[in-house]
Design a protein around this ligand. Structure first.
Ligand code: FES
Ligand code: FES
Length: 159
């Protein structure tokens, strides 16, 4: 099938098997930030935003996202112009091996888009489905709360 989607704001017209998993379609299209940790919807490493909602792309078929808008971590920022959340993850030591970070960043971007002043409980809830073997979970919560404050002040970086 022809899959028409917007990925990180750009239109794509991809020839795909409708039964292919979205994670594979995205990685084949070059979006390597989308990671495979479990292939069964339980680790969050493959999370992407689909029409504004975070979803695990390893349990979504390509045929289910026709005409959707997808955001991957590549669409947040890059090393030269990182998103405030990305910079805050680095500043707070919330990235070690980094494997979980793209999915976690997508989950918290979705949170801040709908709730710019989250509580610690809100952040914990948003990251509930994103497993991390390295950082002990506390630092990424601090990173998100700090990023939310910076975004509200509108002082630096990009939202
Ligand atoms: Fe998709 Fe783990 S790889 S949830
Ligand atoms: Fe290694 Fe999270 S930083 S799994």
């Amino acid at each position: 099938m022809k899959l028409n989607v917007k990925i990180n704001g750009k239109k794509f017209d991809l020839e795909v098997n409708p039964n292919a998993m979205l994670i594979d379609v995205l990685r084949d299209a070059g979006f390597k930030s989308v990671k495979n940790g479990c292939s069964e919807g339980s680790c969050g490493a493959c999370a992407v935003m689909i029409d504004g909602r975070p979803k695990n792309s390893c349990i979504i078929l390509a045929g289910q996202v026709q005409n959707s808008e997808i955001l991957t971590a590549e669409g947040l920022g890059n090393p030269e112009t990182p998103h405030i959340l990305q910079r805050s993850f680095v500043d707070h030591g919330s990235t070690q091996c980094g494997y979980c970070n793209p999915g976690s960043l997508i989950s918290v971007k979705a949170l801040l888009d709908k709730n710019p002043k989250p509580t610690e409980a809100d952040v914990k809830d948003a990251l509930d489905g994103n497993l991390c073997r390295c950082t002990g979970y506390v630092k990424r919560i601090e990173a998100v709360l700090d990023a939310a404050k910076i975004i509200q002040k509108g002082t630096k970086g990009k939202k």
